[in-house]
Design a protein around this ligand. Structure first.
Ligand code: SF4
Length: 325
């Protein structure tokens, strides 16, 4: 088995939601509340959950784009949890982020060449290379992501959504990363181009040995791209297992409800839909005990509403946070 490139232990990220008269923090929003996970070299870990469950915040925490409230992140064997901006700089190029909205993540005033060459220059990857050498490198990166070299002279508004996401991927690849957090990289795209971007990411992973944390709310996409899947609910991981175990043998009632909502392409197959009651509770005031208990169809009164279930390994590699599993 390959070594972990990323190891996150007990990650917590709380944002101050309200301050008192003296400016002291009074109310906290618990976006991520004690998450531990690893991503192995060359692996894709899918991270799924409803909007607002904390998955994007977790993705930013593991890259130290957010400071942590508590917990530890080790990247490539180094503890980066408390590193300063200067200490992080040499590691930054090895860990990259692909944004959900490729348009807002690109500078509209910069050509594609300027955007990608800037990333290369900031990290000094081509030393004192001439402009021609930089152009060659940018052209090479554009070809890798399925664009043409002449695209480097255009501006972001001249591209379609799918092409912009390809530019975002080329910019991430420009600094030769080992690990990429892809935050809903296809959810802003037309269905017809989603598969192209997913297949591009898979091809790049094979060619370059990349590791991904792939964040999405669409379980069918996550099944296609992931080796393992972590399901998040209200800031915590409630189930973590191989993609096949999650899809064929899910154990947590929340995962089962999410899976039951995936439309089946075969209309003759009858699928029982599990509809969850109520809305996702506010992370400002999460429920006591198991935070899923107000919506859980099998919750046990007196236990589920009092004790928070730990994430336990029930079979090798399959972890579930539920008292009744
Ligand atoms: Fe449902 Fe209780 Fe399991 Fe939580 S611990 S998922 S409330 S059965």
């Amino acid at each position: 088995m390959s070594e972990p490139i990323l190891k996150a232990t007990g990650i917590e990220k709380h944002f101050t939601a309200k301050r008192d008269f003296f400016g002291r923090p009074q109310t906290f929003l618990r976006a991520v509340d004690g998450v531990s996970l690893t991503v192995n070299e060359g692996e894709t870990l899918g991270l799924v959950g409803e909007s607002g469950c904390g998955k994007s915040t977790l993705g930013r925490c593991v890259l130290r784009l957010h400071d942590l409230t508590a917990g530890k992140v080790e990247f490539d064997g180094q503890d980066i949890s408390k590193m300063s901006v200067a200490e992080l700089r040499p590691l930054r190029r090895k860990m990259q982020f692909i944004f959900q909205d490729p348009y807002s993540s690109l500078n509209p005033r910069q050509t594609v060449f300027a955007t990608i060459a800037e990333a290369i220059r900031v990290h000094g990857l081509l030393g004192n290379a001439s402009r021609e050498e930089e152009k060659e490198r940018v052209a090479d990166l554009l070809s890798r992501v399925g664009l043409r070299p002449e695209h480097m002279n255009r501006y972001p508004h001249e591209f379609s959504g799918g092409q912009r996401q390809r530019i975002g991927i080329a910019r991430a690849l420009a600094v030769e990363p080992k690990f990429i957090v892809a935050d809903e990289p296809i959810s802003a795209l037309d269905v017809s181009v989603q598969a192209q971007i997913v297949n591009l990411m898979l091809d790049l992973q094979q060619d370059l040995g990349l590791s991904y944390l792939f964040i999405a709310h669409d379980l069918s996409v996550v099944e296609y791209v992931s080796d393992r899947v972590a399901v998040m609910y209200l800031g915590r991981v409630v189930e973590l297992a191989n993609a096949s175990s999650i899809y064929d043998d899910s154990q947590h009632p929340y995962t089962q409800a999410l899976l039951s909502a995936i439309p089946d392409p075969d209309p003759r197959r009858k699928k029982k839909r599990l509809v969850l009651q109520g809305d996702v509770p506010s992370p400002l005031d999460p429920p006591s005990g198991c935070t899923f208990h107000p919506r859980c169809p099998i919750a046990e009164k007196g236990r589920c509403d009092r004790e928070a279930p730990p994430l336990r390994e029930i079979t090798p590699g399959h972890h579930v946070a539920c008292h009744l599993v």
